[in-house]
Write a protein that binds this ligand. Structure first.
Ligand SMILES: Nc1ncnc2c1ncn2[C@@H]1O[C@H](COP(=O)(O)OP(=O)(O)OP(=O)(O)O)[C@@H](O)[C@H]1O
Ligand SMILES: [Mg+2]
Length: 135
């Protein structure tokens, strides 16, 4: 469950991106967030992924306030979240395979399981055979 309680976000530039947002999303619920450019959609997602912190208010995930999470707990929290960026932030000096494998390697996954999961992910989106650059 994701809850926003009176959440506002003001960036250091003074830009108020979100003001007093209250919402509750139940587990398994599927939602679309729509709005004009600059409405605050990305800011809202960034608060869930802890890429930004609210200026005031509270974001709760599964009943637990993200305000309680310290910096050292952020990486393990983020591993539970799937986040697809508008700008994919790929590493252009690495192959497709290595880009997909990177978080699995950081998480300490073994080579065999990493390879299996990378292949499965590529297969799912019809990109089998694209893991290495063609020469
Ligand atoms: N890092 C930042 N520093 C200062 N202002 C920001 C920052 N990020 C976003 N903003 C501002 O906050 C407001 C909300 O931006 P946000 O990116 O959340 O909107 P959005 O709904 O995702 O827009 P788009 O549809 O263009 O992706 C905008 O006015 C934007 O200029
Ligand atoms: Mg956006």
């Amino acid at each position: 469950m994701i809850e926003f309680k009176q959440v506002s976000k003001k960036y250091p530039t003074g830009q108020l991106a979100l003001y007093n947002v209250n919402l509750t999303l139940e587990a398994g619920e599927m939602v679309f967030i729509t709005g004009h450019s600059g409405a605050g959609k990305s800011t809202l997602l960034k608060l869930v992924a802890l890429l930004e912190r609210p200026s005031c208010g509270d974001v709760l995930i599964g009943g637990r306030s993200l305000n309680q999470l310290g910096r050292s707990q952020v990486p393990s929290y983020r591993r539970r979240i799937g986040f697809i960026f508008q700008d994919p932030h790929l590493l252009y000096d690495r192959s497709v395979f290595d880009n997909i494998a990177l978080p699995l390697r950081i998480a300490g996954m073994g080579q065999t399981e990493t390879r299996r999961r990378v292949q499965a992910a590529l297969d799912k989106v019809g990109l089998t055979g694209r893991e290495k650059p063609s020469r």
